[in-house]
Design a protein around this ligand. Structure first.
Ligand code: NAD
Length: 268
């Protein structure tokens, strides 16, 4: 359909073909967008992002999303290449506490600060750098990926829950200011559990993947459908949507309990 024809962007967070950002890049390309791909330097060494870069005819520029220096260089280069950008995808998350299986009641606070910096503050940093450089064009669209653990408690998600709450709050606070400045809209997409490197790092992920699938009337949203939704959010068809946390979860967030789950826990 070419709904992103002429649009330029930056996509953060494609590690391998399972990454949500990878699917967004493929979909954005097929809809006519041009974009720069970015990820942490270590992900460039370990992951397959160069392969995606070749496929999408995109520059791959390393940036640690917690480093203002890296972000200034990256966003400066994007502005120089394109004149201005129309969309940004923040698809970044990592908790050292989750990675090292620290229980929520025994968190390492240095790790906790790292979780917040990588998974939430980096979203603010990306926008602050772009805002001060006037890098995003009028009616641009900025998205970050979130999860319903921002609102409800889930075992194993630990300090990532706090990070997602902060992330969603940043979308509202920055969304107001960027809207006033340049009609730039800022939203988060709260996605179903998805089989990716970050997803499967959560203890018991398989169980809550299947639980969510059985709770949701439409089943879990796949990463391909998430990509289609993100592309719609980057397009001109969603210009008046901002400061929202948008559930892309097959209905999960509105369900109390489903019959399938009741059958599973039935006791006679
Ligand atoms: N997989 C799920 O179940 C699920 C559900 C809802 C939301 N999300 C969110 O989607 C987003 C993408 O995750 P994914 O599931 O595609 O997994 P993924 O592991 O493919 O992506 C996470 C990305 O974050 C990048 N990253 C980590 N530290 C970074 C840093 N300092 N600077 C720059 N990049 C850094 C990683 O290199 C990786 O590319 C995350 O925000 C995640 O929390 C995932």
């Amino acid at each position: 359909m070419g709904i992103l024809e002429g649009k330029k962007g930056i996509i953060f967070g494609a590690l391998d073909e399972n990454s949500i950002a990878w699917k967004v890049a493929e979909k954005a390309k097929s809809e006519g967008a041009e974009f720069i791909l970015s990820n942490a330097p270590v992900a460039l060494r370990m992951g397959k992002i160069q392969e995606l870069g070749e496929k999408c005819n995109s520059k791959v520029i390393p940036a640690d999303a917690t480093s203002l220096e890296d972000l200034n260089a990256l966003i400066g280069e994007a502005k120089e290449t394109y004149g201005g950008i129309d969309f940004v995808l923040h698809s970044i998350g990592m908790s050292p506490n989750v990675r090292k299986s620290k229980p929520y009641t025994d968190l390492n606070y240095d790790f906790f600060l790292k979780t917040l910096d990588i998974s939430a503050l980096s979203f603010h940093k990306v926008m602050q750098v772009a805002y001060n450089m006037n890098a995003i064009n009028d009616w641009g669209s900025v998205l970050a990926l979130s999860y319903i653990a921002a609102q409800r408690s889930f075992p194993g998600y630990d300090d990532m829950a706090e990070a997602k709450s902060v992330l969603e709050s940043i979308a509202r606070s920055f969304g107001f200011r960027y809207g006033k400045k340049a009609n730039v809209r800022v939203n988060t997409v709260s996605q179903s559990p998805t089989m990716t490197t970050a997803g499967s790092g959560i203890a018991g992920f398989d169980s809550f993947y299947h639980y969510a699938d059985k709770m949701s009337p439409l089943g879990n949203a796949t990463s391909d459908s998430c990509a289609a939704f993100c592309v719609a959010m980057f397009s001109d068809y969603t210009r008046m949507v901002t400061m929202q946390n948008l559930y892309h979860d097959g209905g999960f967030s509105s369900v109390g309990v489903s019959k399938e789950i009741m059958e599973l826990v039935k006791q006679d």
